[in-house]
Design a protein. Structure first.
Length: 296
């Protein structure tokens, strides 16, 4: 049964931490990722109950939301009536939005008109993040099996990719300058999350660990040439911080933004601004990208 929310819910604009930071709260519970799209911001949520219950759920209580500039958010009902279960990643490709949800990849218009929905019926598949590889192809991380697949932007056809890459707990990733930067999710009581670089976008892709010792990393973005990562328990050397950046030698440096929350589940940058999504706190912040510089 598809859950359809038609009510408009008010967002709260909180006094900025600084003159250049905007904090927004009042998002749906357990919002996994956000996507600025023209004048709006889109968000996906895995729904009430939290990841302990929902990541294995078949119930369609996840959601897609549009967060408008007038301070409200509204749910978007998908036209095929199948709804969302555990959506974790979304990306813009031309005039479409692509969402990954469990073992499915879904293409739709910003209004919710579904272009295609494809399932990948292999044991253990749990898609986590999606990025644009080129105009015709999407790249998707498979958390469940620790690898990647490609998806046709036109038809939704799913194929295995980067067969030599195997990263346990593979979560979000970023493609930049012909390379992939990715993070892995680890055990809840260990400092075993890590950051990786995959240097070749072909079947012989070489995966190199850049830094480890993190606790429950989920998000990554390359901002001004600097690798920025977010998670829930920081790093073993910076345990109070939810956002960190790597230097060119793989050293880990703490960043204050987002560290008063319970964790950063998604990072998005358009080159000018950086958005941080806070899964448990039901909010996000927007910060100028110039604050994320190598060595800062």
């Amino acid at each position: 049964m598809t859950k359809c929310l038609s009510a408009l819910l008010t967002l709260t604009i909180i006094q900025p931490v600084s003159a250049e930071e905007i904090l927004v709260s009042g998002l749906p519970p357990f919002t996994e990722a956000i996507l600025p799209f023209e004048a709006d911001v889109y968000a996906i949520s895995i729904g009430p109950g939290g990841p302990g219950e929902e990541f294995g759920s078949q119930a369609t209580n996840g959601g897609l939301y549009k967060l408008g500039p007038n301070g409200v958010h509204e749910s978007i009902t998908l036209s095929d009536g199948d709804g969302l279960r555990n959506p974790t990643g979304l990306v813009e490709l031309g005039e479409q939005i692509v969402i990954v949800d469990g073992n499915q990849v879904i293409s739709l218009s910003p209004e919710g008109d579904v272009n295609w929905r494809r399932s990948y019926d292999e044991e253990g598949v749990f898609f986590y993040d999606v990025e644009v590889l080129n105009d015709a192809t999407l790249l998707v991380s498979d958390f469940g099996r620790g690898g990647f697949v490609t998806v046709s932007a036109n038809t939704g056809e799913i194929r295995p990719a980067l067969n030599d890459v195997q990263i346990n707990g593979l979560a979000r990733f970023e493609i930049t300058d012909g390379q992939i930067y990715a993070v892995s999710w680890g055990a809840d009581d260990a400092w075993d999350s890590a950051v990786y670089r995959i240097s070749e976008l072909d079947e012989a892709g070489l995966s190199v660990m850049l830094a480890d010792g993190f606790g429950n990393l989920e998000s990554i973005e390359v901002v001004n040439g600097t690798v920025v990562v977010g998670g829930y328990r920081g790093h073993q050397a910076h345990q109070a911080f939810k956002l960190m950046q790597l230097d060119t030698e793989g050293g880990v440096h703490s960043l204050g933004a987002g560290s008063d929350t319970r964790g950063v589940s998604d990072i998005y940058s358009d080159g000018h601004s950086v958005w941080l999504n806070f899964f448990y706190d039901g909010g996000y912040t927007k910060i100028l990208a110039r604050h994320f510089l190598a060595g800062s």
